[in-house]
Design a binder for this molecule. Structure first.
Ligand code: S3P
Length: 436
């Protein structure tokens, strides 16, 4: 099982399509690595999680791109100019930051055969993605770049740093009248705001790609303007990010194939939610509340096994052995997804070691990996109920077991939530926020 783990951190982040891309790159180049998502509200929190889970590299998304800059040991000169990072890599125990968003925006426009030389560009928003877009537009020699933002001070500071113009949001439609290109870098899709402001012949591109997979994308030509998909931007920033992560180039043919699949695929909707993670992370407590609040059925594989066998888990281990327990555990998981009622399923900590279990859980569930440090876990657990930690040194035993399982959790988890300092209710709120 692979040792290298990567992730994208942000909030919200469950919608991120980066895992699909990087997993496809890893598969195509035969690299043994996984890529998941970390829900984090601050750059500090994201780095803490990255260090705890022992990530090799991390993509950084909204709202952490700017605040992450100050948390790093080094940043490269482009990221320094842009004042935002979207890719960080651990080298010799130090985090280095890079920005590939500006390359993504340039390459996405080139791919769509759009030449910006002498064009007037509006950038809507003033966060990390907007900084990168403005920097990229400078490189492409746009004639005039105007940063339009609700908070005018933010627009002003970006504009003065990159030598652009700036304007308040209420003047957007007036600026659009004379612009050639509009790049929206705000967190909501623009068509949720007001499509009518987009005029004929405008080239429109947005960082938000939420609707791009759903068929709601505004079609090229339909309203007289041309839309460059945010998915193209995402794809073309991921290619150089992959190089920072691995040192490897993705051959053109492979890039092309993955890009085509990425642009056209439908994101699968999963009917159930699974909670995975080591003993003591709070899967049962969180699962119970989550199921109740969502009106889902709650299934705890350990409880089901205990009910079925009339024995408690330590007795099953003692009388029948771990192998028999695992067999029963796998059967319980296989049966759980029969029937139509949506479920929250809390999986025993070792269930992820079974291939068939992983396959059926992946197919049916959004999978949340709950995380906590071994010290915290040991404090939470009643050790008498966990036969696998029976030892004179349960901390060491847990550390060793977690080291073996960590890559399995990383491979299966769609989203990591650090439960270290959170109550079960806090964790539920976070999961629900992400699902929304
Ligand atoms: C186990 C975890 C326990 C239980 C059994 C084995 C494991 O469940 O299934 O003790 O292998 O990690 P929890 O993770 O719910 O504590």
């Amino acid at each position: 099982m692979s040792e290298k783990i990567f992730a994208v951190a942000g909030k919200p982040v469950l919608h991120s399509q980066s895992p699909f891309l990087f997993q496809a790159f890893f598969r195509a180049l035969n690299i043994d690595a996984s890529y998941t998502r970390i829900s984090a509200s601050s750059a500090e929190e994201a780095l803490q999680a990255a260090n705890a889970i022992k990530l090799t590299g991390m993509s950084v998304t909204s709202p952490l791109k700017v605040s992450m800059v100050n948390q790093l040991d080094r940043i490269d000169s482009h990221a320094d100019h842009i004042n935002a990072v979207n890719t960080i890599v651990l080298k010799n125990n130090r985090w280095r930051g890079y920005n590939t968003d500006y390359k993504g925006v340039i390459q996405a426009l080139k791919f769509n055969e759009i030449n910006l030389n002498g064009c007037k560009v509006i950038i809507l928003g003033a966060g990390g993605a907007a900084w990168a877009a403005a920097y990229g537009m400078k490189m492409l020699k746009a004639r005039k770049i105007t940063i339009v933002n609700r908070t005018i001070d933010k627009a002003k500071s970006l504009a003065s740093r990159l030598d652009c113009d700036f304007a308040p949001l209420k003047t957007l439609s007036r600026h659009i009248e004379e612009a050639d290109v509009l790049i929206s870098c705000i967190p909501v899709p623009l068509n949720e705001l007001d499509v009518s402001i987009i005029r004929k012949n405008l080239i429109f591109m947005e960082a938000n790609y939420k609707n791009s997979h759903s068929g709601q994308e505004i079609k090229k030509g339909e309203d007289g303007f041309r839309k460059v998909s945010g998915l193209d931007w995402l794809f073309f920033q991921a290619v150089p990010a992959f190089r920072f992560f691995t040192g490897l180039r993705i051959p053109n043919e492979i890039q092309k194939d993955i890009h085509t699949i990425f642009r056209t695929r439908k994101v699968p909707q999963k009917p159930h939610i699974a909670l995975i993670g080591f003993m003591g992370v709070g899967k049962t407590a969180v699962g119970r509340i989550l199921a109740k609040e969502m009106g889902y059925e709650f299934v705890d594989t350990d409880l089901t096994i205990e009910q079925q066998s009339g024995l408690i888990i330590p007795e099953i281990f003692e009388l029948r052995g771990e192998k028999s327990f695992r067999k029963q555990e796998a059967l319980v998981v296989q049966k759980t997804f029969q029937g139509s009622q949506p479920k929250v399923v809390s999986l025993g900590g070792g269930a992820v070691m079974d291939e068939r279990t992983c396959a059926v859980v992946r197919e049916n569930c959004d999978i949340i990996w709950l995380w906590a440090s071994v010290r915290t876990l040991i404090n939470r657990i009643n050790l008498g109920t966990r036969p696998l930690l029976k030892s004179s040194d349960p901390v060491k035993k847990a550390e060793n077991l977690l080291a073996v399982r960590r890559p399995f959790y990383a491979r299966l988890g769609d989203l990591v939530i650090n439960t270290e300092q959170e109550t079960a209710k806090d964790v539920v709120r976070r999961i629900k926020d992400e699902m929304d």
